[in-house]
Write a protein that binds this ligand. Structure first.
Ligand code: G6P
Length: 611
């Protein structure tokens, strides 16, 4: 989604803004721009459609220097990607705004402002903000006061950065529904929608909270909360993670992140396993007491995180004996739900800022759930702040838009949850828990072995490069793994991919199977294997080409039209985590063969902060 960077300093900050935008590139965008208070005392901007590199080229041709500025990467919501619609937006020549989010009452405001004589030069909802701010500034005389009056009239979601040539001693920020963080320097300060954008200039950060307005000067920061009271927000220091925005030896972030899985899974397990059991306190001090009361679980998430929830449903019902429902957040939030007594409400999110997931959590609070638990990768996210309990995945920053290591660490966290809930309720045998704890300890090594399949999968990928459609099949907890495999392939290679529970094959999709439609299957050696084998026969009988990721003991081997890739043996309960890896590698290598933009696939965004 959109990204914001801002700076106020005594040096030229053009390079800081451009570098910040580059570090936000992974979030997905279609145009970029920046505005600076230049050395002649005027506001000047450059905007370009496309990548930040286009903006850089424009700046090389027509350089821009200044000590106060704001910059933005846009992901179009209102108005097509074009230079006119790119941010920053101006009102007159002396006021500039960049905005993340959506202003819902933009039409009414636009009509009112037109009536006041303002002329609009874009199709965006954002432009109403800058003209309304200009109107308030003329009325009230002071930029900070005018911004407070402006946001009071906005409905919807916004993260805003504002500068004015009339008061160039300050950079203003406002947050409601879209995250903002202030980066603290020495005699200079910065602003961004994600701290990653500022890691090259500082490691000290101040996170704004919902409803906050901040006045950032070179050597001071003043924050007001939603009720207008001056407040002090905590300063946090991040010492690690600056290297995360670097691809290292890898060609793409996605490949780097796939290969990081053994170490991030290890980190996600650290401090959470006792000798023979999961340490329930890892979920928060009240977790043991709450989990003992759990009679149902409702999971809500989007995209890849939703698939993690789908796997967890199999685990929670089979191992912990708890009924579990899973739903995508965009449906759940608008549906009238019937809440069973003592239901734990679980959200899963890499970013912790996905608009639909957050809204679902906020709605759930009024519905009488037992408690809310967030499984999330970002400790300072809105989702974590607003949930009763949290379990952080320790995947580190994930830059590739297609989620990989976030998914496998979410699965690990959900297995920990399953074991903790099962024990607290007395519905899981100690020996079963001890066995799975032991298997979890071995999981990082198993993942390392699965990554050694890299070259084999690269070869198999050649089968897909010229194809337009594929089918992914799985049974049981491997069905959501197949769904995630299909999602990865479509996200980054643009090949149409659909996932089906293998048993449903003959109820429709079999009609599509021919030699142009490869069928991918995950086949661990479990009690569903024989059923799955029959489904594979059904495909072969129609001339369909099969790619099967199978346990060595599964009795499946290469044959005509059947390509079998052996996956290391693993306890059945953990198989969904392991079998995800070859599917990630498959989509990666298909995309590389097709020459698509692996880390930033077209039209997609990393963190979807709008509905
Ligand atoms: C976007 C991303 C997906 C992600 C989904 C949910 O669609 O491209 O990779 O799975 O949002 O994001 P979250 O941060 O809530 O896990």
């Amino acid at each position: 989604m959109c990204g914001i960077v801002g700076a106020i300093a005594e040096r030229n900050i053009t390079a800081v803004l451009v570098e910040g935008l580059k570090r936000l590139e992974y979030r997905g965008y279609d145009s970029a721009g920046l505005a600076l208070f230049n050395t002649e005392g005027a506001l000047e901007r450059r905007r370009r459609v496309g990548k930040v590199a286009e903006l850089e080229r424009a700046l090389a041709g027509e350089p821009l220097a200044g000590r106060l500025g704001i910059a933005h990467t846009r992901w179009a919501t209102h108005g097509a990607p074009s230079e006119n619609n790119a941010h920053p937006h101006f009102s007159g020549n002396d006021l500039a705004v960049v905005h993340n989010g959506i202003i819902e009452n933009h039409e009414a405001l636009r009509e009112r402002l037109k009536g006041l004589g303002y002329v609009f030069s874009s199709d965006t909802d954002t432009e109403v903000i800058v003209h309304l701010l200009d109107h308030k500034l003329q009325e009230l005389g002071d930029l900070t006061t005018a911004l407070k009056a402006t946001v009071a009239e906005l409905h919807g979601a916004y993260g805003l950065a504002v500068i004015s040539a009339k008061q160039p001693d300050r950079l203003l920020a406002a947050r409601s529904g879209s995250p903002l963080v202030i980066g603290l320097g020495h005699g200079e300060n910065f602003l961004a929608s994600d701290q990653l954008a500022l890691r090259q200039v500082t490691d000290r950060f101040m996170y704004l909270e919902e409803g906050d307005i901040a006045e950032i000067r070179r050597d001071s920061v003043q924050v007001w909360d939603a009720s207008g009271r001056p407040v002090q927000r905590e300063t946090v220091q991040h010492r690690e993670g600056a290297e995360a925005a670097d691809k290292g030896e890898y060609r793409h972030f996605m490949l780097k992140e796939i290969h990081e899985q053994p170490s991030v899974v290890q980190r996600t397990l650290e401090g959470r396993l006792g000798q023979q059991q999961v340490l329930v306190d890892a979920f928060g001090p009240q977790a043991a007491e709450l989990f003992a009361k759990v009679r149902n679980v409702q999971i809500v998430a989007c995209g890849t995180s939703y698939h993690a929830g789908m796997v967890a449903r199999y685990w929670l019902e089979e191992l912990a004996g708890v009924p579990c429902q899973v739903e995508v957040a965009s449906e759940f939030r608008y549906r009238k739900v019937v809440v069973q007594p003592d239901t734990l409400f679980v959200t899963i999110s890499q970013s912790g800022e996905t608009a639909d997931t957050l809204a679902a959590l906020r709605n759930a609070k009024a519905l009488g759930y037992l408690a809310s638990l967030a499984i999330c990768n970002v400790g300072i996210s809105s989702l974590v702040r607003e949930s009763d309990l949290t379990l952080l995945t320790q995947a580190g920053p994930e830059i590739g838009v297609a989620s990989t290591k976030a998914f496998t660490t979410q699965l690990v966290a959900l297995m920990l949850l399953t074991l903790a809930v099962g024990r607290a309720r007395g519905s899981l045998e100690g020996a079963v828990e001890a066995g799975l704890v032991e298997e979890l300890r071995r999981l990082p090594a198993r993942l390392g072995e699965a990554l050694a399949m890299d070259r084999t999968v690269e070869k198999i990928a050649e089968l897909f490069a010229e194809k337009h459609h594929t089918l992914f099949l799985g049974r049981g907890a491997q069905y959501p793994v197949a769904m995630e495999g299909a999602l990865k392939l479509k996200e980054i290679s643009y090949i149409h991919a659909e996932a089906y529970p293998a048993g449903e094959l003959k109820h429709g999709p079999l009609a599509l199977v021919d030699s142009d439609m490869p069928v991918v299957t995950v086949a661990p050696n479990n009690e569903l294997l024989e059923k799955l084998k029959s489904n594979l026969q059904e495909v072969r009988a129609r001339g369909g080409e099969l790619v099967v990721f199978a346990d060595r003991e599964a009795g499946l081997d290469n044959g005509e039209g059947t390509h079998v890739v052996h996956v290391p043996h693993i306890a059945d309960a953990l198989a969904p985590i392991l079998y995800t890896v070859p599917l990630q590698l498959l989509s990666y290598y298909v995309a590389v063969l097709k020459g698509t933009d692996v880390d930033q696939p077209r039209n997609l965004a990393k963190s979807v902060t709008v509905e």
